[in-house]
Design a protein around this ligand. Structure first.
Ligand SMILES: [Zn+2]
Length: 501
């Protein structure tokens, strides 16, 4: 990823920085008493991966839940079995959380109903959360605990689905429900710590040495929790954290501004959610402009949550608005997700100088569904990564974990092959080279958080965050990229994780 030295054979590390990058014949030059030599046996070494859009605390919490992911369960009986097993080990009336189901991957093509949830655990309140976190299914006790009845009205943020005949809640809730949020006991410190330990192991085993927490509800106490996890040695991955949509002032009052912190934990901008996830469907453009201008003037990078063409347009108008009033070169405002990029927007996107933070693994995991459900005209505009690059738009890759797995190699595979999990082609002309894909997970990720001077490539003086891969993605048949594993993860010049052989 270093233009001046694109490939090499030896990396010398001193302390937490890269000392030199060179070739075998000069390696003796660095070898002194006390120098440790790691022979990678010709394997590929790449810069540590940067997951530029993810939700680590949700990921940690999801790892504590009963796992109902596609691949783990195939049908409703599988979900019931796993919940039942958890119930057997849980004192009656304590909440059971299950997560990551996706009805698209269940044989029945639908979530379990109230009766089926009841059969699985009649004595515990149970919540089963969709892997998008956009819906959940409750059992009868959970509905009772939350006080949700046929009389409970829908809030702007969420819908309580009801039986059309009886009018009784059927257990499914879409979006957010305040009553449910209040009834759900928050994770105890000890539990969260355990979840973060598990999350850290996953990140390291996938070579993720940096991540960017783009959660729109981030508060100052989350920042403090990250710092605590790092001080306790529970979290090794570097974190660039965005302030939440409604908490910018709280961060500022705590003395935290753009770039505050250090190379382990820093403030990386502010998230601006523009859609139903905040409960304010389609906020007026003036509100978006006004909010963006304030954040922009205060020096913040803005990460617009762009879920559709409407939001894309609103974000571009807001960027043009703030640039007209308080123009700044190198603002690096971000368009998060941006799954739909109709061609008429491309030039405007390029002119805005905003980056696109995409989630290529969605293509892999969700591609089959898009191919079924989306019109063929629109399919051409979904994740058009190749077209974005041809317009000189900076594209950064990420996972949106826990929505899908955070394995960067799945994302790289999807970017390069444009193949879905079922092996279908998905607009092959939008594919990019392996090196471009690697760059999106390394150097561009660092650029997205204004840290390209200190990480993202293997270059003398940069932080020694490196990953050794079992195969070289540039050399092997692209079909094999998704099966490449991480052999070794180095952060700050220290081995943070090693694959068991
Ligand atoms: Zn997200």
């Amino acid at each position: 990823m270093d233009q001046d030295c694109p490939t090499a054979e030896v990396v010398a590390i001193k302390g937490n920085k890269i000392l030199d990058v060179g070739h075998k014949q000069v390696s003796g030059h660095f070898k002194k008493k006390g120098t440790r030599l790691i022979d990678c046996e010709g394997r590929a070494i790449v810069p540590g991966f940067n997951d530029a859009h993810c939700h680590p605390l949700s990921f940690a919490a999801s790892l504590l839940c009963v796992d109902c992911s596609p691949g783990v369960v195939e049908n409703i009986a599988g979900i019931q079995y796993r919940i039942r097993r958890q119930a057997e080990q849980t004192p009656a009336s304590r909440w059971i959380r299950a997560a990551n189901y996706d009805e698209e991957y269940l044989a029945e093509g639908r979530p379990p109903n109230l009766q089926e949830m009841e059969e699985a655990a009649p004595l515990h309140p149970v919540i089963l959360i969709h892997r998008s976190e956009g819906h959940c299914v409750l059992n009868r006790l959970a509905l009772q605990e939350a006080g949700i009845t046929r009389e409970t009205p829908n809030s702007p943020a969420g819908t309580i689905h009801k039986d059309p005949e009886t009018g009784e809640p059927n257990g499914v809730i879409s979006g957010r429900n305040e009553q449910l949020a209040r009834a759900l006991p928050s994770l105890r410190q000890k539990e969260l710590k355990r979840g973060m330990e598990l999350a850290n192991q996953r990140y390291l085993s996938m070579g993720i040495t940096s991540l960017q927490d783009t959660t729109w509800t981030n508060e100052v106490h989350h920042y403090q929790a990250f710092r605590r996890f790092m001080d306790q040695g529970i979290l090794s991955t570097r974190v660039s954290m965005l302030a939440g949509t409604e908490t910018l002032e709280e961060f500022q009052n705590a003395g935290l501004s753009m770039g505050s912190g250090d190379s382990r934990l820093r403030i990386g901008g502010v998230k601006l959610a523009l859609d139903e996830s905040t409960g304010r469907t389609r906020p007026p453009q003036e509100d978006i402009n006004c909010y963006a201008l304030r954040a922009h003037k205060d020096g913040f990078q803005i990460a617009f949550h762009v879920s559709d063409a409407y939001a894309l347009k609103a974000a571009l108008i807001a960027i043009e608005f703030v640039q007209q009033r308080a123009g700044r070169t190198g603002h690096r405002h971000r368009l998060e997700h941006c799954p739909v990029c109709p061609p008429e927007f491309l030039q405007r996107m390029a002119a805005s100088q905003a980056m696109v933070i995409c989630q290529p693994a969605f293509l892999y995991y969700g591609g089959q569904k898009y191919l079924q459900d989306v019109s063929s005209a629109q399919l051409n505009w979904l994740f058009p990564v190749g077209s974005l690059l041809r317009q000189n738009i900076k594209v950064v890759a990420s996972s949106d974990s826990p929505m899908v797995s955070c394995n960067p190699l799945t994302g790289i595979y999807a970017l390069v092959t444009r193949h879905t999990e079922a092996g279908q082609d998905f607009c092959a002309r939008e594919s990019v080279s392996v090196l471009e894909a690697l760059k999106m997970y390394t150097l561009q990720g660092a650029y997205a958080s204004f840290e390209e001077e200190v990480k993202g490539s293997i270059r003398p003086g940069k932080l020694a965050d490196l990953v050794v891969l079992t195969d070289n993605p540039v050399q092997i048949d692209p079909e094999g990229i998704k099966d490449i594993q991480v052999a070794l993860t180095i952060i700050d010049g220290k081995i943070a994780w090693e694959k068991e052989i």
